[in-house]
Design a protein around this ligand. Sequence first.
Ligand code: GTP
Length: 408
Amino acid sequence: MEIVILVVVIAVVALAAISGLVVTGRRKKAAETEEPRTPESTTEAPTRTAEPTVGEEAEAPPEGARRPIEEVGLPEAEEAEAPPTPEAAEAAPELETPAPTAGRLVRLRARLSRSQNSLGKGLLTLLSREHLDEETWEEVEDTLLTADVGVGPTQELVERLRERVKVLGTRTPEELRTLLREELLTLVGPDLDRTVHTETQGAVDRPGVVLVVGVNGTGKTTTTGKLARVLVADGQSVVLGAADTFRAAAADQLETWGTRVGARTVRGPEGGDPASVAFDAVKQGTEASADVVLIDTAGRLHTKTGLMDELGKVKRVVEKQGPVDEVLLVLDATTGQNGLVQARVFAEVVDITGIVLTKLDGTAKGGIVIAVQRELGVPVKLVGLGEGADDLAPFEPDAFVDALVEEA
Ligand SMILES: Nc1nc2c(ncn2[C@@H]2O[C@H](COP(=O)(O)OP(=O)(O)OP(=O)(O)O)[C@@H](O)[C@H]2O)c(=O)[nH]1
């Protein structure tokens, strides 16, 4: 009996020892086959099956997956917001802040370098010659004509220069520069009123109205868009009228300009009556208490009588709600004398009150400023000096002439 009890005890102890060995062996094997974990992988969702298999023990969750409570920050305010839907993004585009308008011409004067080389530097080189004979004066004249200063102003300038150089006797480069600067400035007209009239005259409760006209491709739409930016930069609210109903792309182009600075664009059906779009733009601008309504018209050849008549009608229809405060003629400075012909015809149909000379950055013919003012008796008020959104500058005679005669 005692022997039987002893055998049973030995058997139990032996069994217990064997099962203990098996469990330890399994644990070791599991540890060997487990992949080493990178720090990143600890934050990933576990990929192993959630349920332990027979013979395994439930494992503690990996250390890295747990974060002490103080490390769990609250989501940032913007993170908490739902991302905008494409519709919402379209409805509220990010508004741009246009560059300030003061001193733009000074900042952009390097863009006049072609005019500077041919006009300013060319004249200074000629006037610095020791003997100013007839031939040299003819060259001075040619330089001015080539830069599109125009015949009348060229003759006046040469006469004044001849007189003053004679009085001066010996000339230093600095004296010549001062003399030329003064004479060019007189021709450009330092005292002309170059204000773009965007305000209504008198105590009238309606927006100022600006009509933008010119032939195709001179830069009307671009100028209207840039002008809207100038006005917005100066704190004014603007409504745009897309009265170019011939080209849907022109209205789209204008609307894009407007959207960038938060200005509404009034447009009509393609091929619709431009006068009615212009009328609506002023009406909506008045209802919205806008400060200014800018109306972009379709480009038209000055030689097409029907189109020019239509332009007259646009202006007359707008005037039913009050006078147009500014009529800007956009001229491409690179077209030279042809620009003057256009100017004359447009002035007959709608009273031009200001000129915008575009593309002055791409021409040596900066003298057109003088010629066109002389031709129309209307001042250049704005100049385009590039395709950038803020490359439209108020025209400042001093800065312009300085740029022409300054030392490089
Ligand atoms: N370099 C330069 N390019 C300019 C300037 N102003 C306008 N342009 C460019 O001239 C081209 C014609 O401009 P638009 O504004 O479309 O001309 P538009 O007169 O409205 O043309 P239409 O709608 O066809 O009558 C565009 O490529 C403009 O970027 C400027 O001052 N300098």
